[in-house]
Design a protein around this ligand. Structure first.
Ligand SMILES: Nc1ncnc2c1ncn2[C@@H]1O[C@H](COP(=O)(O)OP(=O)(O)OP(=O)(O)O)[C@@H](O)[C@H]1O
Ligand SMILES: [Mg+2]
Length: 365
């Protein structure tokens, strides 16, 4: 989606992706096939480009740092990426800047029952590095959950009594100009720990929305980065807004901006990293968004979509199919944005789409 917007603005795009014919590679001028931790391929793309950015954080930040020192333009910068890759370092950074977040504590070495007991239950154990889509996060309600403990370098944080999970997309330009999109609300699928539905704007009172937006802006300001940032927040049952984590890139919770806002988060990111002025973040229509995941019992293989025509027949439904060659249970294969006259209408239609669409193996190669 960033590639589409970059192309529309007249840029030429080279994509690095491990899968030949990857979704972005299909749209770009060319693709380098390689892993995000392959130093030689990273060097190749950075040297071939005037400016390099990314849409995931699992990249070799050390190599990016070396390339940056050699004078290559990489945005957001390698030091910021490294900070975000280490969730414990990120927590310390936010603490130094007075950003409200769950109470947390370092765990030295392997996590011991004593260290957990000392911190107190219920707690959330998080691996410092490498987690995504909830992998790397374990909720322990009490000592009986110790078997769920994750191996590896970790820290613990207080388990927040969550009323709602919220997010704000914030853009920051080269000149430090900042704009933030409306607060959105995320509903999670507890089985897969993936976003089930997103509602934009969030159904919260205006004072809470304003506080969430201020905290998100302060968070991105403290990082000093250039680009678009997804700030994940918790609204606790006692009304507190706490920062969960920051993504230094367009975020799943901002996909709806593609259709619902004057400037999408994808174009906004390209504008920011290219040193161009930020665009309007105005939302034109209430929106709901659902991810299209490979069906949990749908097997692995070339995808086939059931209910496609029926879903498309609903007015206001916009389907994005990413063009991945293979589906797998819970793999993100696309998403659907639904625009409504009001949020209830968008939500109801999104639920209907969720019911109709099913992606499973069995398509043509
Ligand atoms: N301190 C906490 N208290 C309660 N729940 C939490 C806490 N931290 C995380 N969670 C729950 O676990 C989910 C995943 O946590 P987190 O965002 O840190 O992991 P992740 O692997 O980066 O996930 P994603 O890729 O989906 O962002 C959160 O969305 C939330 O539901
Ligand atoms: Mg998260």
């Amino acid at each position: 989606m960033m590639t589409q917007k970059a192309k529309r603005l007249g840029f030429r795009v080279i994509v690095l992706d491990p899968y030949p014919g990857a979704p972005a590679g299909q749209l770009a001028d060319s693709q380098i096939v390689g892993d995000y931790h392959d130093g030689a391929r990273l060097r190749e793309i950075v040297e071939r480009c005037d400016l390099t950015t990314y849409d995931l954080e699992g990249i070799d930040a050390h190599t990016l740092g070396i390339l940056e020192k050699e004078g290559h333009l990489i945005r957001p910068g390698a030091a910021l990426l490294a900070l975000i890759q280490d969730k414990y370092a990120q927590r310390n950074h936010l603490a130094r800047h007075g950003i409200p977040q769950p109470e947390f504590r370092a765990i030295e070495g392997e996590a011991s029952a004593e260290a957990f007991h000392d911190f107190g239950y219920p707690l959330v154990q998080k691996l410092r590095k490498g987690g995504y889509d909830g992998r790397g996060v374990a909720v322990l309600r009490g000592p009986e959950d110790l078997t769920k403990r994750l191996p590896g370098e970790c820290y613990v944080e207080r388990c927040v009594d969550i009323d709602k999970e919220l997010a704000v997309i914030v853009a920051r330009s080269v000149t430090g100009d900042m704009k933030c999109y409306a607060l959105v609300e995320m509903v999670f699928d507890p089985r897969a720990n993936l976003l089930e539905m997103l509602l934009a704007p969030a159904r919260v009172d205006p004072a809470t929305a304003q506080r969430a937006e201020e905290i998100s802006m302060a968070t991105v300001e403290s990082l000093g980065g250039v680009g678009v940032f997804g700030v994940e927040l918790f609204l606790s049952t006692n009304g507190e807004i706490l920062v969960n984590e920051v993504a230094p890139r367009p975020h799943n919770s901002g996909h709806y901006t593609y259709e619902a806002c004057v400037t999408s988060q994808f174009e906004q990111h390209i504008r920011a990293v290219a040193g161009l002025p930020l665009g309007s973040v105005e939302q034109m229509r209430p929106a709901a968004m659902i991810n299209l995941l490979g069906h949990d019992e749908g097997g692995a293989g070339p995808p086939k979509i059931d209910g496609f025509a029926e879903a498309l027949a609903i007015p206001g439904v916009i389907i994005h199919v990413y063009g991945k060659a293979e589906t797998r249970p819970f793999r993100k294969m696309g998403h659907v944005t639904v625009l409504g006259e009001d949020l209830d209408e968008a939500r109801a239609k999104a639920l209907a789409v969720k019911d109709k669409l099913r992606i499973h193996a069995g398509g043509l190669r």
